[in-house]
Write a protein that binds this ligand. Structure first.
Ligand code: EP7
Ligand code: MG
Ligand code: ZN
Length: 344
């Protein structure tokens, strides 16, 4: 099983004493993919500390560091669904809590903020770069474990997170009361399961209704819908950065999709067009994904929090860039190039 050695923990503890957060790390346009991989864990500790959560929940730095190192090791080196994706989703949770002042304005509690950030870190643990439908169609062991409940991968990510929390010296919540601990794990369960896009698609109309009616601080349903919205926003946050980040992320996502498509063809199953490297038209697929999934989500966020309008604007700008690229690609396709090598 995964190993984290004592010298790994002490190296991070020492580096963090040298660290305070780098300038601009708390701005919406900052891309966490700029941070050195070896420094990510230090920055995670500093971000928890910067939001007052280390103090508030008596998080022990060595326990938090060991937990973070296990989480980092718990990700595989898939093109997209790797540690850097988890770290960037976590960084976005830090950005919204800090910039939208979610706790002090009463939109979420401090415990919900803690659970939100930990869920972001753990939400794709041990991802293999393949989708839920691939698990079911190819009858993987994860499908045999979880397919009756649905959200196969998300249930596995949750199981991996709980396994790390139960590893010696990794339970960051051992300063919480029994009741707080139970509430926190319930939140982490709901939040990780909410990252299944199919789950989001079922809820998005309720979230749009909540945004148009106006958020009701006393509505349990509104508070839960907001947390789920924030998870989806965090999972898609690369699309709120500049064009280079947005396009590079699309490239990585399609590397995973096309590898899955190759596997499906080898197994005699016809892949979805977006997974077939011979058929997929990436700009058109990205225009659809941004139009139907990404922009609507950040439109809801911007309706609830006008300070988040810049995030919506970035997703709209990135969609426009794909529209420009689409025209360019169309000319290239006539001359028979496949999608990816034009992206290079
Ligand atoms: C929020 O949860 C997830 C889960 C998995 C993934 Cl890969 C993503 C994700 N993150 N970045 C991207 C980009 C740049 N393009 C994507 C294009 C299509 C799809 C997709 O799943 N389409 C089918 C569905 C709409 C029925 C996901 C894409 N995606 C987000
Ligand atoms: Mg996921
Ligand atoms: Zn994810």
């Amino acid at each position: 099983h995964m190993q984290v050695h004592p010298e790994d923990v002490s190296r991070v503890l020492n580096c963090e004493r040298a660290h305070d957060l780098m300038p601009e790390i708390d701005l919406f346009y900052f891309s966490p993919r700029k941070i050195e991989e070896s420094e990510c864990v230090c920055y995670c500790v500093e971000m928890f500390d910067d939001l007052g959560l280390v103090q508030q929940w008596q998080l022990k730095r060595d326990t938090l560091t060991r937990f973070l190192l296990f989480v980092k090791k718990g990700y595989r080196d898939a093109p997209y669904h790797n540690w850097y994706h988890a770290f960037s989703v976590f960084h976005f949770s830090y950005l919204v809590i800090k910039n939208l002042r979610l706790v002090e304005r009463g939109f979420i509690s401090s415990l919900e903020a803690l659970a939100f950030m930990v869920s972001c870190l753990c939400h794709d643990l041990d991802h293999r770069g393949t989708t839920n439908s691939f698990q079911m169609q190819s009858g993987t062991e994860l499908a045999s474990l979880y397919s009756s409940e649905g959200s196969v991968m998300e249930r596995h990510h949750l199981a991996q997170a709980l396994c790390i929390l139960n590893t010696d010296g990794c339970n960051i919540f051992d300063g919480l009361t029994g009741e707080q601990y139970g509430k926190c794990l319930d939140l982490i369960r709901d939040l990780i399961l909410a990252t299944d896009l199919a789950h989001h698609i079922r809820l998005v109309q309720d979230q749009e209704k909540m945004a148009s009616e106006g958020f009701d601080m006393n509505s349990t349903q509104h508070r839960q819908l907001l947390l789920f919205l924030l998870m989806t926003c965090a999972d898609l946050s690369d699309q709120t950065k500049d064009w280079k980040v947005s396009r590079t992320t699309a490239d990585l996502v399609y590397q995973e999709f096309f590898s899955q498509g190759d596997l499906e063809k080898a197994m005699g199953n016809a892949p979805l067009e977006m997974m077939d490297r011979e058929k997929a038209r990436i700009p058109d697929l990205q225009i659809q994904f941004l139009s139907h999934i990404v922009c609507p989500v950040f439109k809801i966020l911007a309706q609830l929090f006008p300070e988040a309008d810049c995030l919506l604007q970035s997703t709209v700008k990135n969609r426009h860039c794909w529209e420009q690229a689409s025209a360019f690609f169309a000319r290239k396709w006539e001359s028979g190039h496949s999608s990816l090598d034009i992206l290079r």
